[in-house]
Design a protein around this ligand. Structure first.
Ligand SMILES: Cc1cc2nc3c(=O)[nH]c(=O)nc-3n(C[C@H](O)[C@H](O)[C@H](O)COP(=O)(O)OP(=O)(O)OC[C@H]3O[C@@H](n4cnc5c(N)ncnc54)[C@H](O)[C@@H]3O)c2cc1C
Length: 437
């Protein structure tokens, strides 16, 4: 089921990764009269998706009881982590306060959800508060399974060549300190990604390119060896992009090892152990690495009975229809953002296109109506290849979907694409949070 009317178009990219100036005009659909209701709506998670949805729902509903549940007082602008870990932004570039983004008329419960009972329609928080809902939107992002990386703990980040860009703004800054040291001193860098689904699958590649770029800029490229160990047979989920990255890695002297999954690390010996498709272990030493752990739906989701039973069984993503984002078994439950069990779309740019779909279906359902609004899998990733250069990769469930065909070529390393990541993306992300994009 698709509806052209709602597919991201040229505006797809403008909506998140660029064109911030245009956002003042609000590119979203014209707002109809508010729907009067006493519905109790609970949103789990006040990250990119949950906050944007809360801001949009208050504009569509009159009298609804909207509660958003999130135990983290800080809101993290995660696309900034790569820039922090490249020494281009300070750690506080990505940090704001969750409560600042929430509109009047929405109640924040500043606790994590610990239990969901979709039959009884309740959410129980870690502190024991029970919230009854008529409609539930799950948007708690994903959980980084650090414990699954044997031999590692977060306390190691920032020394002995260990980085962890994903772990948060402070860890991203510590990773920069190690990358800066490594690209001055030289040695061997080994990068990798987990075999699970992950948010921003371009980020591990970006960081590999950036490390190579810094070594070159410092005149130390001949002192540095760089390898990328990849769990599958392709470096990216979209074949033409995978091929382009493979070529660029070749041009830049970055070695690859394919079908290798990290099993454990030994920081004392500075050794990473990977397992190949036949179960054979391979060791490699390293002087610098960026640990990216397996990624799964948060525990509260995996225990709720809302996950797919026959797909991603070790990861637990929410079982939703990939076009409507409505739960397949509980029609009053939706998912958006990273937790949604859809084939593409774990980026903030995806959340930007998922949120209006959930909003429309939820409001229509409350009004006793239907809508043909659909999400087509739109995902975007400004794939940084050097400081000052990026490829603007955009795709949906089926194809590459460039926002500016003939103007910005998706597979070319361009300064304009870099600017969109480095300058425009944050303003557009913030506009999304406010429900204005
Ligand atoms: C290094 C890096 C680089 C990235 N680069 C890009 C990029 O260039 N472009 C792009 O579009 N995207 C990028 N992303 C991805 C993007 O940040 C995420 O896809 C996006 O934030 C997902 O939004 P979300 O709302 O699903 O999750 P989040 O924004 O992660 O928010 C989830 C929220 O849920 C809360 N939560 C968790 N558990 C619970 C619970 N039990 N109860 C209640 N609340 C809970 C959390 O505290 C958090 O506030 C990047 C991510 C990383 C890590």
């Amino acid at each position: 089921m698709t509806s052209d009317k709602f597919l991201p178009s040229r505006r797809g990219f403008l909506g998140l990764a660029g064109g911030a100036a245009l956002l003042a005009a609000n590119v979203g659909p014209a707002r109809a009269q508010k729907v009067a209701t006493r519905a109790k709506i609970v949103i789990l998670g006040a990250g990119a998706a949950g906050t944007a949805l809360a801001n949009r729902l208050v504009e569509r509903l009159e009298g609804a009881e909207i509660t958003i549940v999130d135990g983290r007082a800080q809101h993290w602008y995660q696309p900034g982590f790569t820039l922090i870990a490249a020494g281009l932004k300070p750690a506080d570039y990505s940090v704001s306060q969750t409560a600042e983004w929430l509109p009047a008329g929405v109640t924040l419960v500043a606790e994590y959800a610990a239990e969901i009972d979709p039959e009884a329609r309740t959410v129980t928080t870690a502190g024991g508060t029970k919230l009854q809902y008529d409609y539930l939107v799950t948007a708690p992002g994903l959980s980084l399974d650090w414990d699954a990386v044997e031999g590692f703990d977060l306390g190691m980040v920032g020394r002995d060549g260990i980085g962890a860009v994903y772990a948060g703004p402070d860890y991203a800054a510590k990773t920069w300190a190690e990358m800066d040291r490594f690209t001055s001193e030289g040695g061997k860098a080994v990068f990798f990604r987990p075999a699970t689904e992950m948010k921003c699958a371009g980020a591990p590649l970006k960081y590999t390119f950036l490390t190579e770029d810094y070594a070159s800029r410092k005149g130390n490229r001949d002192k540095v060896e760089i390898e990328y160990w990849n769990p599958s047979g392709a470096l990216f989920g979209v074949p033409i992009v995978a091929e382009k990255v493979r070529m660029l890695f070749g041009d830049r002297g970055i070695g690859t090892q394919m079908r290798m999954v990290l099993k454990r690390m030994d920081p004392g010996r500075k050794v990473l152990t990977f397992e190949d498709a036949d179960g054979i272990e391979h060791e490699t030493d390293y002087d610098f690495t960026n640990v990216i752990p397996p990624q799964r739906a948060p525990e509260v989701i995996r225990q709720s009975g809302l996950s797919w039973a026959d797909k991603w069984v070790d990861q637990g993503w929410v079982e939703v229809d990939q076009y409507t984002l409505r739960h397949n078994r509980y029609p009053n439950v939706f998912a958006c953002g990273d937790v949604a069990g859809v084939p593409k779309g774990k980026t903030a740019a995806s959340a930007k296109w998922q949120v209006p779909v959930v909003e429309d279906h939820l409001v229509a359902q409350i009004a006793g109506d239907t809508t043909d609004t659909t999400y087509n899998g739109y995902t975007s990733c400004p794939l940084i290849t050097r400081v000052g250069r990026a490829m603007l990769i955009e795709f949906d469930y089926n194809n590459l979907t460039p926002s500016f065909p003939g103007v910005i070529a998706p597979l070319e390393e361009l300064w304009i694409s870099w600017l969109m990541k480095e300058v425009a993306l944050k303003a557009t992300y913030n506009a999304m949070l406010r429900g204005k994009a």
